[in-house]
Design a protein around this ligand. Structure first.
Ligand code: AP5
Length: 605
C-alpha cells in the first residue's frame, strides 16, 4: 500500500505511519526523508502495530489512540514530572525578602540560599572570608563578587538544592554576579522583585530585630516578639543603623537595574508595601502557576527494551516540555509535538461533548496547521482528524468525517485550494485494521443530505468559503439536520472571501456571521509573534475546554533551550490589547491601544 503519492497529495507526507510488522525504513519513500524526529510516509500505510502486538478483533479495539498503543507497547506517558522550582527573590534592603523566604520555604520546601545569611555566618565564625566580608558589610557596600559567587555556586551545587529546588535570596546583586550565573547556565524559573518605598524601608531596617536561636525576623512595631523570653534574646543587625541603611539602599539602586535585563522575561514585580500575608498570597499564586507549567510537562519515556526507533519516535531520550511543546518554529514538527496537540484537542473535545455541547470548533495554528504559512501541511490536519475520529469510534460512536465538495456552478465551480485532494486522502488513509472504515468511521461532504440516521457525530475538516462561494448555507442545513448530535469544526475559515460579484459580502452576511460565531471554541492554540513577523515566537495562547485562556511567554534559556511560562489567564478570549498589556507587565486596561513593538497582535485575534 505504500504507493508513491500523487503530486497533488505530496504535502500530506507527514501523516504518522501506523503499521508495524514491516520495518519502518522499508516504508519510506526515500532515504533522504528519514529524519530523527519525523518519519515521512504515505498516508496509505496502516496501523502502528508490531508482530508482538495483538488486539482482539472488534469494533471497539480497532486501532485505539496513539498513547494507548504506545502504552501497550511498553511506553508510558508521565505527567507531573517537572523539575524542582528555582526561584530568585530580590529587592531593596528590608523590602521583606527574608520574611517572604521563610514563608515560601515552609510551603514549598525549597533550599533557601541567602547571601546575607551566608556572609553573616562567616563573620560570626570568624573565618577569613568573614573577616574580609565584614568591612564591606559594615559600610553597606557589596562584598567582592568572587567571594560571594563561589559561596553561592558551591551551595547551589549541593544535592539538596538540586533535588528540592532553590530559593536564591539577595543574589545576584550586580551585573558581574548575574553574568557568572549565566555562564554556568544557572537560571531561575521566576524572578521576584519586592517593591517598597524608601521611607518604609528605612523604618523597617531600624526596627528590625533577629532571634539568634530560631533565626526568625521580628520588627519592634510590625512584628513584635511573641513573649518576654524571645524579646530578651533579640539582637539588632550591625548594618541596621540609619547611616548604613542609607548606604545599602544607594548600593542597591546602583546595581539593581544592571541585573534586570537578564531576567526581564521572568520578572514579577510585587508590591511589597502590604501585609506579609497578602504579599505571600501573591507570590504563592505565581509559584503555583510555575509549578503547574512544570507538572504538565509531557514525558514520553521508554519503559522496556523496545526501541523507540521502531516507531519513528524521536530518540531514546525522553521528551520534556515545561507547559507546552517548544521549538514550534522547527519544521517539520516532531511526532511528539503533533501528539501533544492531538492529545490536548482530543481531551478538551471529549470534555465539551461530555458537557453536552453540540456545536464546537477547534482552532489551532501551529506552523504546520496554519494555512497562512508556507509550511502548512494538509497531512497534519488529516492526522489530527483521524486521531480525533478514532478516539470517539473507540467508544463505539459512529463518526462521520466530512470535507466539503465542489461548490458553485460552471466557471465558478471549485473547492478551496487548501482542501484539494483531501477527500481522496481520507478515503485512502489507514483507518485501522479492524473494519472501522464503513462502520464506525464514514466519510462525507458538507450538506443536509450527508446526515444519516445512524451517525452519532460529525467532524468537519476546515470548512471554508471560496471565492464567490459560501459554505455557510450548506453548513447550516447540515447542522439543522444533525439536531442535538455534536458537530465539530476543525480549523474553520468562515470569514468572507472577496468576490468580484460582491455576492458573499452582501446578501445575508450578518446572519451568516452570527451562525459561524455560534460554534463554541473547545480548543484554541495560536503562537504569538511580534507585529509583521513569524520570528521569533513571542508566546502562545492556549485554551483547552473547560479552562479559560492561558497566555504563555516564550523564554530562551542559556543552554540553547527554551520554555513557555504562563503569565496570565483570561476567562474569555483576550483582546490584543489585553495580551500586549500582560506581556508588558501592565495592569489590563481595555481602552488602551497597543503601541510600538507590543502591537504585534493587532488585527489577528
Ligand atoms: P542582606 O542580609 O541580604 O541584606 P539586604 O538585602 O539589605 O536585605 P535585608 O536582609 O536587610 O532585608 P530583607 O529584604 O530580607 O527584609 P526582612 O524580611 O528582613 O545583605 C546584607 C549585606 O551582605 C549587604 O549589605 C552586603 O554587604 C552583603 N551581601 C549580601 N549579598 C551580597 C551579594 N550578592 N553580593 C555582595 N554583597 C552581598 O524584613 C525587614 C524588616 O521589615 C523586618 O523587621 C521585618 O519584620 C519587616 N517586614 C518584612 N515584611 C514586612 C511587611 N510586609 N510589612 C511590614 N514589615 C515587614
Amino acid at each position: 500500500m505504500a504507493a508513491s503519492l500523487p503530486a497533488t497529495l505530496s504535502h500530506a507526507s507527514n501523516i504518522t505511519q501506523r503499521k508495524g510488522p514491516v520495518p519502518i525504513p522499508s516504508l519510506l519513500q526515500s532515504p533522504s526523508s528519514i529524519n530523527s524526529s519525523t518519519v515521512s510516509f504515505s498516508p496509505f500505510s496502516s496501523c502502528t502495530t508490531t508482530s508482538s502486538y495483538s488486539l482482539s478483533v472488534g469494533p471497539r479495539r480497532r486501532c485505539s489512540s496513539k498513547y494507548q498503543r504506545l502504552k501497550r507497547k511498553g511506553f508510558h506517558v508521565e505527567c507531573a514530572l517537572g523539575e524542582p522550582l528555582k526561584v530568585m527573590i530580590s529587592g531593596a534592603p528590608a523590602s521583606g525578602k527574608g520574611t517572604q523566604c521563610s514563608m515560601i520555604v515552609e510551603k514549598y520546601g525549597l533550599v533557601h540560599i541567602s547571601t546575607g545569611d551566608l556572609l553573616r555566618a562567616e563573620v560570626s565564625s570568624g573565618t577569613e572570608i568573614g573577616k574580609k566580608a565584614k568591612e564591606y558589610m559594615d559600610s553597606g557596600k557589596l562584598v567582592p563578587d568572587e567571594i560571594v559567587t563561589d559561596m553561592v555556586v558551591s551551595r547551589l551545587s549541593r544535592q539538596d538544592a538540586r533535588e528540592r529546588g532553590w530559593l536564591l535570596d539577595g543574589y545576584p546583586r550586580s551585573y558581574p554576579q548575574a553574568q557568572s550565573l549565566e555562564k554556568l547556565n544557572i537560571r531561575p524559573d521566576i524572578y521576584i522583585v519586592l517593591d517598597v518605598p524608601d521611607e518604609i524601608l528605612i523604618d523597617r531596617c531600624i526596627g528590625r530585630r533577629l532571634d539568634p536561636v530560631t533565626g526568625k525576623i521580628y520588627h519592634i512595631k510590625n512584628f513584635p516578639p511573641e513573649n518576654e523570653e524571645v524579646a530578651r534574646r533579640l539582637i539588632t543587625r550591625s548594618d541596621d543603623t540609619l547611616e548604613k541603611v542609607k548606604s545599602r539602599l544607594q548600593t542597591y539602586k546602583q546595581n539593581a537595574e544592571a541585573i534586570l535585563p537578564n531576567y526581564l522575561n521572568l520578572l514579577n514585580k510585587i508590591d511589597g508595601n502590604r501585609t506579609r500575608e497578602v504579599i505571600f498570597q501573591e507570590i504563592d499564586s505565581i509559584l503555583k502557576k510555575v509549578e503547574e507549567n512544570s507538572s504538565s510537562s509531557v514525558q514520553l519515556a521508554k519503559t522496556n527494551g523496545n526501541s523507540f526507533t521502531n516507531f519513528g519516535v524521536a530518540s531514546s531520550k525522553s521528551v520534556s516540555w515545561r507547559g507546552i511543546p517548544t521549538r514550534l518554529n522547527n519544521i517539520p514538527h516532531s511526532r511528539e509535538i503533533r501528539e501533544y496537540f492531538y492529545d490536548d484537542i482530543r481531551n478538551s473535545t471529549r470534555r465539551a461533548i461530555e458537557d453536552k455541547k453540540t456545536r464546537l470548533k477547534v482552532e489551532i495554528n501551529i506552523p504546520e496547521l496554519n494555512p497562512d504559512m508556507d509550511v502548512y501541511r494538509i497531512g497534519t490536519l488529516m492526522e489530527l482528524v483521524r486521531e480525533l475520529a478514532l478516539s470517539f469510534a473507540d467508544d463505539g460512536k459512529r463518526v462521520k468525517v466530512c470535507v466539503q465538495g465542489s461548490m458553485g456552478e460552471g466557471a465558478l465551480a471549485g473547492i478551496p485550494l487548501q482542501l484539494a485532494g483531501t477527500r481522496k486522502i481520507l478515503e485512502f488513509m489507514d483507518w485501522g485494521e479492524y473494519g472501522a472504515m464503513g462502520t464506525f468511521i464514514n466519510i462525507g461532504a458538507i450538506g443536509r443530505d450527508e446526515v444519516d440516521e445512524q451517525d452519532d457525530m460529525f467532524i468537519l475538516i476546515a470548512p471554508q468559503n471560496a471565492v464567490g462561494n459560501c459554505i455557510i448555507d450548506d453548513l447550516q442545513a447540515m447542522t439543522d439536520a444533525a439536531g442535538s448530535r455534536p458537530v465539530i469544526l476543525i480549523n474553520p475559515r468562515l470569514k468572507d472571501m472577496p468576490s468580484s460579484s460582491g455576492i458573499m459580502t452582501t446578501i445575508g452576511r450578518d446572519k451568516r456571521m452570527e451562525y459561524a460565531a455560534s460554534f463554541e471554541i473547545c480548543y484554541y492554540f495560536r503562537l504569538l509573534y511580534y507585529a509583521g513577523s513569524f520570528y521569533p515566537i513571542m508566546g502562545a495562547l492556549r485554551m483547552a475546554y473547560p479552562k479559560g485562556y492561558e497566555l504563555f511567554r516564550r523564554v530562551d534559556e542559556p543552554n540553547g533551550k527554551e520554555k513557555y511560562v504562563i503569565i496570565a489567564e483570561f476567562p474569555e478570549k483576550p483582546t490584543a490589547t489585553e495580551i500586549n498589556d500582560a506581556f508588558a507587565g501592565r495592569t489590563r486596561k481595555k481602552e488602551k491601544t497597543a503601541p510600538g513593538i507590543w502591537g504585534f497582535l493587532s488585527g489577528i485575534l
